[in-house]
Design a protein around this ligand. Structure first.
Ligand SMILES: Cc1cc2nc3c(=O)[nH]c(=O)nc-3n(C[C@H](O)[C@H](O)[C@H](O)COP(=O)(O)OP(=O)(O)OC[C@H]3O[C@@H](n4cnc5c(N)ncnc54)[C@H](O)[C@@H]3O)c2cc1C
Length: 511
């Protein structure tokens, strides 16, 4: 299909961070890239909505492993720090329990040890051991497995002994519980999988590597929100000669001679390509975009059996005249509810909307005043909830407003006194919003859950098992969700996609 007088064409479906990173990598490889997304702004879950002068960063707020972004920019011959300003946060975040006790996460080792000693002196030794366990898993799980293709079964078989030695069969919580006794510390060391859609009581303990990532590389905020990173990525793509078509939905991946040969848009327009990358959710890619092809591995039945990450209820709100209020509330706070394991079971196993909740509170205005009008604050509060696939699922049409009111009451009591009189803007996302905005199967917040038998080779491969010429990037593929994860999917993809054929020199000279 390719014409040596013109560059080979690549279409990327989806301008999520994984799609944008893939487009950048394909640009370096010499492809003429077109990125297509149904939203009006690039970034997918990392996009934003501005309402009444408040910029609501819709999804990711914590940027870890900035070198992943720096490597991506460097691969394109660019300097990330010229395009985006990352601000390191100290402290990283604060955890508050119902009994009034708190725990502040920081990068500084001595400060962290002092925090652990304050809560539970006998746990200091176990805490140190946990951090060294976390570093071991970082080198193996992140630097080794996470940065290379895992589409060959042999790649998985080779690493099984190491998995066994690291006790990857144990859950994150089980690992934390072996190292520390205090239930609050067990929570503080094990809740991280929730940020990539995993049940801490079931996700493989390989994911304790996140503690090392935070300690070694810090927790950062992108000034302008993750939206600023996405916009900078889009600019790199344009500078490479690529195109972004926003507000455009792909209806189907086209097939010719048993290869992906382009896409059909919702209005019937057909666009040809030499290869197609789907950054749409892997589930949506196989059930919807490739609906007219029989699947060998990712059949509808298999996707139905797959365990999906939980849903998210997110309340974005602005508050008037509060910048000098709530001075003890920093950029990131976790307000823990009364139950941990039983609450997680309600969300992941029973699919039941619990009476109680645990909240992650984002207050970017303390770091980046540009998110809100002068003197005001911008917040988002997130509560993990069941996805839409459980039997007797939640009726969000009925439940959303009472749930938001309950959230408000909890915030008012535990964190932000007087909040109800200060709210000036409000926007709510339920799992239905994730389904409708991002075309996320079951409205899941983070695609396929990262359980051990749904990780690495077991995830949808970055080079499609179903159709030559089709590649996948983003949270549902290897290595997985989270900003570093999806940037990683593009790094892996770049190792699988051949370089574009060189353009014929005669024509180039003539042009
Ligand atoms: C509320 C929330 C908070 C989070 N917090 C953090 C955090 O603090 N730190 C962190 O590292 N990670 C965080 N994450 C996870 C992280 O944001 C995601 O894993 C990551 O952004 C997903 O990127 P992606 O490349 O998979 O694409 P997505 O963001 O899922 O984007 C996919 C894009 O494809 C488009 N699309 C789909 N189908 C079509 C179609 N048929 N035609 C055209 N376009 C289509 C969609 O419109 C969307 O823009 C958070 C996620 C959420 C939801």
């Amino acid at each position: 299909m390719s014409d040596s007088a013109a560059p080979e064409r690549a279409i990327v479906i989806g301008a999520g961070l994984g799609g944008l990173a893939s487009a950048m990598r394909l640009g370096v490889k010499g492809y003429a890239v077109t990125v297509i997304d149904r939203l009006d702004l690039p970034g997918g879950r990392g996009s934003s909505i501005t309402q009444g002068g408040h910029r609501f960063d819709l999804g990711p707020t914590i940027v870890t492993v900035p070198q992943g972004l720096r490597d991506l920019w460097a691969a394109c011959g660019r300097d990330f720090d010229r395009d985006v300003t990352l601000k390191p946060l100290d402290p990283f975040y604060e955890i508050r329990w119902p009994d009034g006790s708190t725990f502040t996460m920081r990068q500084d080792e001595a400060a962290m040890e002092a925090e652990v000693t304050r809560l539970s002196p006998p746990d200091l030794k176990g805490f140190r051991k946990f951090l060294s366990d976390s570093e071991d898993r970082y080198w193996f799980g992140y630097e080794n497995l996470g940065r290379r293709p895992m589409n060959e079964l042999w790649e998985l078989i080779k690493v099984l002994p190491r998995f066994a030695w690291l006790r990857a069969d144990r859950s994150v919580y089980a690992h934390a519980a072996r190292r520390v006794r205090d239930p609050r510390l067990r929570f503080a060391l094990s809740f991280h999988p929730l940020f990539i859609g995993g049940d801490p009581f079931r996700v493989t303990s390989m994911y304790i590597l996140v503690s090392h990532l935070e300690k070694a590389f810090g927790v950062h905020y992108a000034m302008g929100g993750v939206q600023a990173i996405a916009k900078a990525m889009a600019q790199v793509i344009r500078d490479q000669g690529g195109t972004l078509r926003m507000g455009t939905e792909v209806d189907e991946i086209l097939i010719e001679n048993n290869r992906a040969c382009g896409v059909q848009l919702m209005d019937g327009t057909r666009l040809g390509a030499d290869l197609v990358v789907s950054n749409a959710d892997a589930g949506h890619t196989y059930t919807r975009l490739l609906r007219n092809r029989a699947k060998r591995r990712w059949s509808d039945a298999k996707l139905k059996r797959t365990r999906w990450s939980m849903g998210l209820f997110v309340w974005y709100f602005g508050t008037r005249g509060t910048r000098e209020m709530w001075r003890d509330v920093g950029h990131h706070t976790i307000v823990v509810g009364p139950r941990y394991q039983a609450h997680i079971r309600d969300i992941f196993i029973h699919g039941h909307l619990a009476e109680d909740m645990s909240l992650y509170v984002h207050r970017p205005s303390v770091t980046d005043p540009s998110v809100a009008p002068d003197g005001d604050d911008t917040f988002y509060v997130l509560s993990p909830v069941p996805h839409l696939g459980h039997e007797n699922g939640v009726d969000w049409g009925r439940e959303a407003e009472p749930y938001r009111a309950k959230m408000l009451a909890m915030l008012e009591e535990r964190l932000l006194p007087g909040l109800s009189e200060r709210v000036s803007e409000s926007l709510v996302f339920t799992p239905e919003s994730f389904r409708d905005r991002y075309l996320s199967p079951l409205g899941a917040g983070f695609s396929i859950e990262p359980r051990i038998l749904q990780s690495a080779w077991f995830r949808p491969h970055n080079v499609s098992e179903e159709l030559p010429g089709l590649y996948l990037a983003g949270a549902g593929t290897h290595p997985g969700a989270g900003v570093p994860g999806v940037i990683g999917t593009a790094e892996v993809l770049a190792q699988l996609v051949p370089d574009a054929a060189p353009i014929a020199p005669m024509r180039m000279a003539a042009e």
